[in-house]
Design a protein around this ligand. Sequence first.
Ligand code: NAG
Ligand code: NAG
Ligand code: NAG
Length: 226
Amino acid sequence: MASTTTTEQRICFCFGLFFLFLHLSISTTTDNPVPAAWPEQFHSVLFINRSGNLQKTDLWYDWPNGRNFNIIQHQLGVLKYDLEWNNGTSFYYTLDPFNHTCKILHFDVGILRPNWLDGANYLGQQYVDNFLCNVWEKVDFIWYFEDVITKRPVKWIFYSGMIAHVMTFEVGAVLDDAHWQAPVYCFSEAEPEPQMLARKSSFLSLDLEPAAVLGGFRGTLMSDMR
Ligand SMILES: *[C@@H]1O[C@H](CO)[C@@H](O)[C@H](O)[C@H]1NC(C)=O
Ligand SMILES: *[C@@H]1O[C@H](CO)[C@@H](O)[C@H](O)[C@H]1NC(C)=O
Ligand SMILES: *[C@@H]1O[C@H](CO)[C@@H](O)[C@H](O)[C@H]1NC(C)=O
């Protein structure tokens, strides 16, 4: 009698161990955190360091209206507007008191989708800018740091070394329609210039998804344009 109980207990114990290990192995393969999708509309102030050149960017992401705005203040320098439409057209311009300039570029891809971080590789946790963050890498192009608790982005780093620090993140903030209007001198020129990033991405022989990520960040990457 006593020996039967012991055998049953052993069997139970073995099964218990088995299920414990099964659970642990499933956890380790499926429990990697995934980045939060971007809210469909938000305003964010970014401090960006491009090899020591500093800029403050107001990012107005507006997915339902198919538009994205980077308003880029170079330190003690020019204020530049990068207005991007989901049909691939981007307007880069300056307004008074700066010289009136405008470039129109056309891209094969639209703005970033809210789920553009899907499929990013999880790299673990790290303290950045004094926040404990989950870290992901996407297509060797961007390293993305998200606050573990609030799930807000804290920082991202481009392959070029350019670093964006997220200073504010206002979910649901929308810029008035009146501001999404390129100046008249954008419409007096002839043909849009051939775009640069698609050429770059085909040069790297990347598929469409990386091209979308590259293209989605065209404004930030091209913020040195004069
Ligand atoms: C900007 O980045 C450079 C490295 O590219 C670094 O040396 C410098 O300290 C950074 N400046 C600021 C204000 O973070
Ligand atoms: C894309 O949309 C913008 C804003 O409506 C417009 O100004 C631009 O001409 C459009 N581009 C194309 C290629 O249709
Ligand atoms: C603005 O235009 C004037 C006249 O063409 C030129 O002399 C000046 O260098 C320009 N300024 C900038 C910042 O491009």
